[in-house]
Design a protein around this ligand. Structure first.
Ligand code: PMP
Length: 426
């Protein structure tokens, strides 16, 4: 077969050469000269075990899940409900109805924030969130502000404290007002991997009778999420961050012991209990269910494995140059930082120049979702990094398909790129 030509990060063609089998017998496309993929916070490769359960829903079970008058529709419906149940169970939802399927976390965040803000008879018009949230949360908040809400964005703890990026719960307590209707704090950050004290924040919001939303996009499949223990009202998820397909996600909407009411943003067929009209993406939902199942089955081992790879990556890089600095919270505290995240500041070398100098490694200089507007990271600036330091930083995200060899290649590529750029600068 002709090798398939695809483009590398720098636009140069790279050659798909063979198909290798990795640990646990999973097929891994090993592209001898394909870059090592370390951008798993942006998106992940769909697991072949996910692809295989999706395929029938494109070609044989292609019915509309709401056309239950025939077998095509009934089987599609059953598969959707099985996926919903699986996802609901995995996050400790009381009933599967609390899972509302969407097109991804951007839509889930919009539905959560605007769906609350549009509600009539709210007790006030004050919302609290954090400066380091994703644009898919900050932009709906900005819209609320244009529509007459007051939005307070809390600053996170500053670099270089051990918990840089974390919200100060006492500060949140002092910021809550009688007219605060909603607090939104992401579970884990997509740039610096900081894990927020979600349980404490949820408890505080409950005590004060304020709704609490969390963007858990980077946490699902990476951290334990249990809504029987943590009193969250709304939570956003996306399948493509955990080796599932793109274009499908969910919003958890608590219905017990209290009902969370939302005004839908999309009206039409009244699907998803009226929260989100539109024909369901059956193959995507089936893949999402399987992706969650796999991620949860493998969670404890994957946390240990990716942490060890991440730590090797870090040690390998700083061994070459001790001036390289860590952005975000301490690496050695699992409560503070995602096991698969690393974010480094390369001092005098710009992140974009580093990326060009090491086409063998696919990383990112910020959130992929803001790359249409390539400003230095607002997250790094919010933790106290100046514009130059933010521009000199790179984010590394590890995933299920990375192995030790990837780390070796990456360490070599990164340290060589640094040496090359420094020599050029002299
Ligand atoms: N929130 C966070 C924390 C994210 O990392 C992302 C994806 N970069 C999103 C929201 C948007 O998710 P989606 O791509 O599913 O719309």
């Amino acid at each position: 077969m002709e090798p398939q030509r695809i483009l590398g990060v720098t636009g140069s063609p790279i050659c798909r050469s063979d198909d290798r089998t990795t640990r646990e017998g999973k097929s891994k496309l090993s592209l001898s000269d394909e870059p090592v993929y370390l951008d798993n916070h942006a998106t992940t490769r769909v697991d072949p075990r996910v692809v295989s359960v999706m395929l029938p829903f494109f070609q044989t079970v292609y019915g509309n899940a709401h056309s239950t008058g025939h077998g095509f529709g009934q089987r599609a419906r059953e598969a959707v409900e099985a996926a919903r149940n699986r996802i609901a169970q995995s996050v400790g939802a009381h009933t599967s109805d609390e899972i509302v399927f969407t097109s991804g976390a951007t839509e889930s965040n919009n539905l959560a924030i605007q769906g609350i803000a549009l509600r009539p008879r709210l007790k006030g018009r004050h919302i609290i969130s954090v400066q380091t949230e994703h644009r898919a949360l900050l932009d709906p908040l900005a819209r609320c502000q244009r529509n007459g809400f007051e939005v307070t964005l809390l600053p996170p703890r500053q670099h270089p404290s051990r918990d840089a990026g974390r919200v100060d719960v006492d500060q949140l307590r002092e910021t809550l007002r009688d007219d605060t209707v909603l607090v939104s704090v992401m579970w884990a950050n997509n740039e610096i991997g900081v894990i927020q004290p979600i349980s404490d924040i949820a408890r505080l919001c409950r005590e004060r009778g304020v709704l609490f939303h969390t963007d858990a996009t980077q946490a699902l499949g990476k951290a334990n999420i249990d809504f029987t223990q943590i009193d969250v009202d709304l939570a956003s998820f996306s399948a493509h961050k955990l080796h599932g397909p793109k274009g499908v996600g969910a919003l958890y909407v608590r219905q017990s012991p209290r009902r969370t009411r939302l005004i839908p943003l999309l009206e039409g067929g009244g699907q998803e209990q009226g929260f989100r009209s539109g024909t369901l993406n059956v193959p995507g939902i089936v893949g999402f269910g399987r992706a969650v199942e796999l991620a949860l089955d493998e969670l404890p081992t994957e946390i240990t494995r990716t942490r060890s790879l991440r730590d090797r990556l870090y040690q390998g890089i700083i061994a070459a140059d001790e001036t390289i600095a860590l952005n975000g919270p301490a690496l050695n505290d699992p409560e503070l930082r995602l096991a698969n995240n690393l974010n480094l500041c390369f001092g005098d070398c710009q992140g974009d120049a580093m990326m060009l100098a090491m086409p063998q490694v696919a990383v990112s200089s910020g959130s992929a979702c803001t790359s249409v507007n390539p400003e230095p990271s607002h997250v790094l600036q919010a933790i106290g990094r100046d514009v130059d330091k933010a521009r000199s930083s790179l984010r590394f995200g590890l995933g299920r398909f990375n192995d030790e060899r990837d780390i070796e290649i990456a360490v070599h590529a990164i340290t060589s790129a640094l040496a090359k750029l420094r020599k050029l600068a002299k």
